[in-house]
Design a protein around this ligand. Structure first.
Ligand SMILES: O=P(O)(O)OC[C@H]1O[C@](O)(CO)[C@@H](O)[C@@H]1O
Length: 496
């Protein structure tokens, strides 16, 4: 019996059973059509039963299988190595013993992953999300394990359990097992970092004597290119690229105009023009970034946000990060501060010229001043680190929804946010983006929402069926390669 069958209400039992002899009719056949083409009625959607069938770890055809079976244990193994390294560098006995217990808990988590254990509740570690987690487990995932729970939930649960290994300790509550990797990748991104800083350190200005029409045209061109810089910044994903060389990093970080033009054809759903039509009418507004990865991607997001302020479109930018280490490279407050401070004071790039370093500092100085004046605000709502998809955002985090509703545009960065927006299920690819994100587009007060993602997992919406069918046929692995991308807009209901 499939999960979908299990969720169906049991029909009322009839008093007597009538057995018909159907011997002359054609035999019963199974396997009619593709399960994925049936949409669940909205009232029956819940975290274990998405609008279309979920991806689950036991689905060997999906990236869920590879992730749950191989990638997560590898990531956890590396996390244990990192913690051992910290242990070897520590000198206080109390802290050493405490950290050893964290390592024991990580080893237990590894056993649970390997043995496909049942998902237990999260221990009360005083975090603001415990009630949300345990309510969801009790209501929808009782008795489920890592492989048969929907992939999105099981994967998020693993990162929450990893956090718990530390959050219940005495001295290591905020320890980030991925911090070293995140810093290291940024410091190996010098080519692309300086490509941008040397262009954007000087305040943005229009050509002298340009008229309004020319200014608008120029702004549109910058918008087009910077949005793509912000998009391809999402390609440097540490959870996928476990042992990246400097050359790998360089080829992923496309910031040059020529490369951008070449890669624009890989944006399978491209609402850039529609987004500009909306954005250029906004003056001194508020834009929100629901962040994805730290380091280079965050740096690109900040360059973009800086331009949004300088162009007069926005006067306020809210950045939404995670409260703790999440999906390897997601931004935490520590990553945010580290980026700005290492740009300003660090010496991460020993081969850089004085002019390059000066350009980086000039930008960091301006970004820090935005923070001081309150034009840039960093936030970290507990909801972002739960297993809920964003279909549940209005109901499970109404305060956050109301807050986002005040924005002129909410930009969701990256693959994971895209999975959460679309319920990470097997929706037909031609499903329009605003249909796929459900309440985030239809709820009263829903703000305009943009998803900017390089495609790194199975779910694809907003793309004609013939395009995905051809890719499925011709290019194995295209859904996880990060070679293709998505930039989609939902206008929301605010202005309607
Ligand atoms: O950093 P991003 O763009 O959210 O990508 C995260 C990656 O990890 C995944 O969650 C799979 O583990 C996918 O969403 C994607 O492959």
């Amino acid at each position: 019996m499939t999960d979908a069958d299990q969720a169906r209400p049991t029909p009322a039992r009839t008093a007597t059973r009538t057995l018909l002899n159907l011997g002359n009719l054609p035999p019963k056949r199974s396997g009619f059509g593709d399960l994925a083409s049936y949409q669940r009625t909205p009232s029956r959607v819940d975290p274990n039963n998405p609008p279309w069938p979920a991806y689950r770890g036991y689905h060997e055809y999906s990236f869920a299988h590879e992730t749950m079976g191989k990638r997560l244990p590898t990531i956890l193994g590396k996390a244990i190595d990192d913690t051992m390294r910290t242990l070897n560098e520590e000198h206080e006995e109390g802290k050493i013993k405490d950290l050893l217990q964290c390592i024991e808990r990580m080893t237990q988590l590894m056993d649970d992953l390997h043995s496909n254990a049942t998902l237990r509740v999260i221990k009360d570690d005083g975090e603001g999300d415990v009630a949300l987690w345990n309510k969801e487990i009790a209501r929808f995932f009782k008795g489920k394990n890592f492989m048969n729970a929907p992939w999105l939930f099981a994967e998020a649960y693993k990162y929450r359990r990893l956090h718990e290994c530390f959050s219940i300790s005495t001295y290591w509550k905020d320890y980030d097992v991925f911090f070293r990797q995140k810093c290291d990748t940024f410091s190996r991104s010098s080519t692309a970092v300086f490509e941008l800083s040397t262009r954007f350190a000087d305040p943005f200005h229009h050509e002298a004597g340009a008229n309004e029409e020319e200014k608008l045209k120029a702004a549109k061109l910058v918008f087009h290119e910077l949005t793509q810089v912000c998009l391809w910044g999402n390609a440097t994903d540490l959870s996928l690229l476990i042992n990246m060389t400097e050359e790998d990093i360089k080829s992923l970080q496309s910031t040059g105009g020529e490369h951008l033009a070449e890669t624009e054809k890989n944006i399978l759903c491209n609402d850039l023009d529609k987004i500009w039509d909306h954005l250029h009418t906004v003056k001194g507004g508020r834009i929100d970034f629901v962040l994805d990865n730290a380091g280079f991607e965050l740096y690109c997001d900040c360059v973009y946000a800086d331009w949004l302020i300088q162009s007069g479109i926005a006067n306020e930018i809210h950045f939404h990060g995670k409260r703790f280490a999440w999906f390897v490279s997601d931004v935490t407050h520590k990553d945010w501060s580290w980026l700005l401070n290492s740009m300003m004071y660090g010496s991460l790039f020993p081969n850089a010229s004085d002019a390059e370093l000066a350009s980086l500092r000039a930008m960091a100085k301006r970004w820090k001043s935005y923070e001081q004046t309150g034009q840039w605000v960093y936030e970290q709502h507990p909801f972002w680190c739960t297993g809920y998809t964003f279909w549940s955002l209005p109901s499970e985090a109404p305060d956050l929804f109301q807050h986002l509703a005040d924005s002129d545009l909410v930009i969701f960065k990256g693959d994971l946010n895209h999975r959460k927006l679309t319920y990470d299920c097997q929706a037909p690819s031609q499903t329009p983006f605003d249909v796929a994100i459900g309440p985030m587009s239809s709820e009263e007060g829903a703000p305009p929402v943009v998803s900017i993602r390089t495609i790194k997992s199975d779910v694809v919406v907003g793309v004609p069926e013939e395009v995905t069918k051809k890719l499925d046929k011709d290019e194995e692995g295209w859904r996880i390669s990060g070679r293709y991308a998505f930039i989609g807009l939902s206008e929301g209901t605010k202005t309607k």
